[in-house]
Design a binder for this molecule. Sequence first.
Ligand SMILES: *Cc1c(COP(=O)(O)O)cnc(C)c1O
Length: 454
Amino acid sequence: MQTPVHSYEELAKKDKQYLWHPFTQMKDYLAEDPIIIARGNGRKLYDVNGNAYWDGVSSIWLNVHGHCVPELDQALRDQLDQIAHSTLLGLANIPSILLAEELIKIMPPGLAKVFYSDSGATSVEIALKMAFQYWQLRNQPDKKYFISMKEAYHGDTIGAVSVGAIDLFHKTYSSLLFQTIKIPFPYIYRSPYGDDPNEVKKRHLQQVEQVLAERSDEIAAMIVEPIVQGASGIIVMPDGYLKGLRELCDQYHVLLIADEVATGFGRTGAMFACNHEGITPDILTAGKGLTGGYLPLAITVTTDEIYNAFLGDFEEMKTFFHGHSYTGNQLGCSVALANLELFRKNRVVEDVAEKSIYLNQRLQALYELFHVGDIRQKGFMIGIELVADPFTKQPYDWTERMGVRVCGKSRELGMILRPLGDVVVFMPPLASTLEELDEMLDILYQAIKQVTES
Ligand SMILES: *Cc1c(COP(=O)(O)O)cnc(C)c1O
């Protein structure tokens, strides 16, 4: 059968007629001509009109090796010849078993059990429910509150929004959410404690300790985006802060949940961000890069200590009653297995760590541009904060939508970007070569220059 050919005009019309896009003011969207992606290859996306774009945000922080990767495509075809999906409720399947084994091999030491789901948000819901139920099973039902970070982002379901704190996204729903104890995330560029990372770290850890000293009897867990707080604007923690959190959580018997949905799978130049400080969380969530950017699959990984607390006779009601229709999906798990194989074969993590040094050097050139206030980078997670005045760090008026305008210009110049407020996010696929990064950085520089200096 021949694939019917649809004109751009027809597709654009139907897109506007039938779709509601995520995180999008549809009134704005309806006024513009959408880019409609037809295919991808390597680090590039191609629209139905044949224009090419660098995938400068890895299709929203997912993509690892690029698009149409032969090994990943083949893994999916092979799995399709067997079966696409059967349930994990009371049944097992081959790729979910093999993948869990491979995942445990690369996890921070001590993590032992994999619980599958299908998005970052669900992996966080699962972590929260596990931590909550764990303390009930340990006969400490008062430990039911969570510590979470200001400006955190953990996904868009109600539990994940409860531990999130980005007003623009979350405020509307505040009366629907459960209460959490919110502590500030160390943000060196705008810290009230000056710009010495060590001092910022110390002061923030003191604050955490104060909360724990007063209330640890009623706290189940602390949830944090380790090393890099992503959606708040790619904010990188001072060295030693994460390790400090781990030590405090141990000292005060509070579980530590590391949300590695964005940072996991090589994105920061280590397999997991927790590896940078040699810590093991009690629960780790991951998604995004797990399937190389191919399919929705996520994991919540925990210790035997937590898993064992849920064991008992059925009548004891210790079962973890949670699951999703597509939990452990075979297509997702087989492409994730092939993804991990490519990580090994291409030494992706080591490669990202090396290329990050080059990237860091090249990024410094952006400081030549007057309105570039702060450049934050960990591995291939980069945020460039634009400010109205770099001397006072005065932000732009938010209605100027500088981030949006820079990303619009970047599209015109041939790279897809998506901002977070006035932070221009650059998250190229991990396999991007130095030559490719050069071309992307040239566009990034030009887009910022042309918009902020016009
Ligand atoms: C993207 C993200 C999520 C949510 O993942 P989805 O797959 O979009 O539900 C959760 N936590 C962090 C840190 C993220 O960056």
